[in-house]
Write a protein that binds this ligand. Structure first.
Ligand code: ZN
Length: 197
């Protein structure tokens, strides 16, 4: 007994998603196929829609549907602080905690000698430009406590060369831990207790 190949292909594609493996992918696809009209078709339409409209915010690197994301477009938020995160999931995690009212900057990863990732491969030049242009007083580094995360933090601190105060989230954030895995209260506490870098 073998499933039709279209369904096999869908299972294979789903199995490549983070958090899913072959078993979860099979369960999800069988669930969807059994609800073709009520769930599968709307999901397919929404995926097509997002594939057509999702884009990277030209300013901070967040993901949204416009040239500038809602956070960058929000005039109620202050320009004085920029929170620097590794990826969009970290930005969203900070945002869920609800304590930060400044702007963000998504690097798109960390510097890595092993993987040959240099400053130009990340959004570090854009960060330096923003600090110069947006009247930023404090750069908050919310980077992971891994060797690469800390190398990146030091590189940014050196590159800013005193043009803004630099702080980092208080530890309590586990080594190598991603913000996305922390509860909102922990993130809020780490931000409130941030220390000068
Ligand atoms: Zn933005």
């Amino acid at each position: 007994m073998s499933a039709p190949s279209d369904i096999d292909t869908l299972i294979e594609m789903m199995a490549r998603l983070p958090g899913l493996g072959p078993r979860s992918a099979r369960r999800a696809v069988l669930h969807l196929v059994a609800r073709r009209e009520s769930q599968l078709a709307p999901l397919a339409r929404q995926m097509q829609q997002v594939a057509a409209t999702a884009r990277e915010c030209a300013r901070c690197g967040n993901v949204g549907t416009g040239e500038i994301c809602p956070i960058c477009a929000d005039s109620a938020r202050g320009n004085g602080q920029i929170c620097v995160v590794e990826d969009v999931a970290d930005l969203w995690a900070m945002e869920r905690s609800g304590v930060f009212k400044g702007r963000y900057h998504v690097l798109g990863g960390t510097l890595s000698a092993l993987d040959a990732v240099g400053p130009e491969d990340l959004r570090i030049p854009q960060l330096l430009e923003r600090v110069a242009e947006e009247g930023v007083q404090e750069v908050i580094l919310a980077l992971s406590a891994t060797v690469d995360g800390q190398t990146t933090a030091h590189y940014i601190a050196d590159a800013l060369d005193g043009r803004a105060a630099i702080s980092s989230l208080a530890q309590g954030v586990p080594v190598g831990g991603e913000l996305d895995y922390l509860d909102d209260g922990t993130i809020a506490a780490a931000l409130t207790a941030r220390k000068s870098f």
